[in-house]
Design a protein around this ligand. Structure first.
Ligand SMILES: Nc1nc2c(c(=O)[nH]1)N[C@H]1C(S)=C(S)[C@@H](COP(=O)(O)O)O[C@H]1N2
Ligand SMILES: [Mo]
Length: 415
């Protein structure tokens, strides 16, 4: 039998007439996935191609809520304490709300929004309690920004996906009331320099935040991607601090206390204070340092010789990113990638770079620079500067190994 590879029309999904005429006579041959689409071998019948012809029956009618296609298997891979966004499966920069990473210190509390209140007290002229309905009466604000846990770092073995390496970051459009609006409402006293944020989960998570951040861009968020917050993200209200380590964005927020000093809570003394060099510790390391990762190609995908669009995400907690460089020769030379608009402040930004792979073994890497001039470091630069005692706030340049057979593997490094 003479076999010939034929393309399926990418738009209509139909195979050519010539193929149809070739018809059902010959045995079915498996579909072959190539870089440019599905190809089939001549002779396959339409019914074999589409065993369940969708034009032959009326499908389910509109439902109360939509569902993801059963062909799209997207999962957060939960552990006891967290779950990670499958960064390699996303398009664009908004994380679908049900795939936002989660980090809970004592599970997700069930809170009735009609009974939930936010108390603001301490160094204020007018202590007040706000219901969720009260909060929604204030002028609202929406912004797209990422959230990232400061423990978002893993590079132990070759078989890691982007989700495994740094899936403790996600991005949403957050909506709520500016904290500065509420500060004016309660009349924060001029001497107040810090505030405590407290959650109403079983961990009673508390963090001290410098007041400047409260006046600057803090949001008391009640919505995410156009709907109320998800319980996992802090329903009915959370603090959202753009660009700061995720731990400070206290979920299930019930209390803010103004003070003239930090409160030295458990989460900022025994935790989230990182050992660095020579027995020293870093405390109140709030900013998320700029980071980037190539999400395609990445393990466990494979590639074929020829044109490959390298794709990835880059972000900085200090502002906008200005450049992402990509290397396709193991870090010897770098070229600027194309940034996808919009390039937003403190937001995941998509980058891409078209690369013609010659089939030889190599490594591909990405490196971001943000608007403060900060450039993503190597792991060696990080450990030289800070020691290797902690994995917190680790944002090293990471590499994917491309093998001659098209296998893609992570390149692990040790601190
Ligand atoms: N009340 C409360 N707030 C919390 C936490 C928590 O356990 N309880 N976890 C913090 C940590 S460590 C992170 S990284 C972020 C995670 O937010 P997410 O679960 O919405 O992704 O929430 C922070 N806020
Ligand atoms: Mo975190």
């Amino acid at each position: 039998m003479k076999k010939k590879i034929i393309h399926i029309d990418q738009i209509s999904g139909k195979i050519s007439r010539r193929t149809l005429l070739g018809g059902a006579a010959t045995a079915a041959v498996a579909l072959v996935q190539t870089a440019s689409g599905k190809t089939i071998q001549e002779g396959i019948s339409v019914t074999e191609l589409l065993p369940d012809d969708p034009t032959k029956r009326v499908g389910p009618l509109p439902g109360e809520v939509g569902t993801r296609s059963a062909f799209e298997k997207l999962v957060k891979k939960p552990s006891e304490i967290s779950s990670r966004s499958p960064l390699q499966d996303f398009y664009g920069v908004i994380t679908p709300s049900d795939l936002h990473f989660e980090r809970h210190h004592a599970g997700v509390p069930a809170i009735d929004p009609a009974k939930h209140e936010l108390l603001i007290h301490g160094m204020v002229d007018k202590p007040m309690v706000f219901t969720v309905a009260d909060l929604k009466r204030f002028p609202s604000v929406s912004r797209i920004a990422f959230l990232e846990c400061s423990g978002n770092f893993r590079m132990s073995k070759e078989t890691l996906t982007p989700q495994d390496i740094c899936g403790l970051t996600s991005q949403s459009e957050w909506t709520g009331v500016k904290l500065s609006t509420l500060f004016r409402e309660v009349n924060v006293q001029p001497k107040a320099s810090w505030f405590l944020a407290e959650g109403s989960d079983a961990a009673i998570m508390t963090r001290s935040i410098p007041i400047k951040k409260g006046w600057d861009d803090a949001i008391i968020a009640y919505a995410q991607n156009g709907e109320a917050l998800r319980p996992e993200q802090g329903y009915p209200v959370r603090l959202f601090l753009p660009g700061w380590e995720g731990n400070t964005s206290v979920k299930w927020l019930r209390r803010l206390e103004l003070s003239d000093q930090p409160f030295m809570t458990r989460e900022e003394t025994s935790k989230y204070t990182e050992p660095v060099k020579d027995g020293k510790f870093r405390q109140f390391s709030f900013d998320i340092d700029a980071r980037s990762i190539i999400t395609f190609p990445s393990y466990p995908k494979t590639v074929e010789k020829g044109w490959i669009e390298i794709r990835g995400l880059a972000w900085s907690g200090r502002g906008k990113i200005v450049q992402v460089d990509v290397s396709t020769d193991a870090g010897r030379t770098w070229v600027p990638a194309t940034l996808q608009d919009p390039v937003l402040d403190k937001a995941h930004t998509a980058f891409r770079h078209l690369w013609q792979w010659n089939g030889e073994a190599t490594e591909i890497l990405s490196r971001v620079t943000d608007e403060t001039g900060y450039r993503q470091p190597t792991l060696k630069q990080l450990t030289d500067a800070r020691g290797n005692e902690s994995g917190y706030h680790f944002n090293p340049i990471t590499a994917w190994q491309i093998k001659p057979d098209g296998t893609v593997l992570f390149k692990p490094e040790t601190t």
